[in-house]
Design a protein around this ligand. Structure first.
Ligand code: DGL
Length: 260
């Protein structure tokens, strides 16, 4: 497999663009083919079987395009399908999971109180139960499903301050936020809300996402296989979506250009 082959990155919709943004920043020589499945979003309220079938079809397309690796830029699709995809395809498949470890490690041995915001499917799946099992004896973890945060991004409502803050208050007002150490953004759509979470939370609460760690892991895997793009190659992004409307194309470009 040539090192100048592209990397396939996909999500249920536009959330994975937050991961592409990180790849552009940290690995600017890589070529990225992005596929957002907005016509079928959200995945977070579907069954694992439905999400597996959709993910499989996307990876098959990527393989036909000759990608050197796939990033599942979606916690939900990872929970439902990463094992099957790895069995089926003979290329590196990088998945994502809520960065709970990062949140718990910040306590350096002190019990942390952590909210994990993710989709209903991510929080229901075995993968998340296994992750909770590693940390729940030493930390207090509150899983919080936030499906409306996916639809706001897909609707193009991210700049509607009133709507976003009302939605966040709806999910989080029941917590004593001053007693929370961290909120984990366990869905790639939620990464676009970082500033809103900062507005909601006291300074003492950290806001943590898994994008940086995922991209670092991608780099390590490609390097170990000798498949990093040659330095100076320049790279680039090709944005595709199952919803072919001009609205989604424009929104995708806007999200890619949005500052972190
Ligand atoms: N962006 C996805 C994730 O990381 C899923 C959103 C959805 O379609 O429900 O979990």
């Amino acid at each position: 497999m040539a090192c100048d082959a592209p990397i396939g990155v996909f999500d249920s919709g536009l959330g994975g663009i937050s991961v592409v943004r990180e790849i552009r920043r940290d690995m600017p020589d890589e070529r990225v083919l992005y596929f957002g499945d907005s016509a079928n979003a959200p995945y977070g309220t579907k069954t694992p079987g439905q999400v597996r079938a959709l993910s499989d079809a996307i990876v098959e397309r990527f393989v036909r395009r000759g990608v050197k690796a796939v990033v599942i830029a979606c916690n939900t699709a990872t929970s439902a399908s990463v094992n099957e995809l790895r069995e089926r395809y003979d290329i590196p498949i990088i998945g994502m999971e809520p960065a709970l470890k990062v949140a718990c490690d910040r306590g350096h041995g002190r019990r942390q109180r952590v909210i994990v915001a993710a989709t209903p499917l991510t929080l229901r799946e075995r993968k998340f139960a296994a992750l909770m099992d590693r940390f729940k004896a030493d930390h207090t973890i509150f899983p919080e499903p936030c499906p409306d945060l996916v639809s706001i991004v897909e609707d193009g409502g991210l700049d509607d301050h009133g709507r976003v803050m009302a939605t966040l208050h709806g999910y989080f007002d029941r917590y004593d936020l001053h007693a929370i150490d961290a909120v984990v953004l366990g869905c790639t759509h939620f990464v676009f809300y970082r500033d809103y979470f900062r507005e909601l939370l006291p300074d003492s609460a950290a806001v943590i996402d898994g994008n940086e760690g995922t991209v670092r892991h991608l780099g390590v895997v490609l390097e170990s296989l000798g498949r990093l793009a040659p330095e100076g190659a320049g790279g680039g992004v090709e944005l595709a979506n199952s919803d072919r409307s001009a609205r989604i194309a424009e929104l995708s470009r806007t999200l890619l250009a949005r500052p972190r």
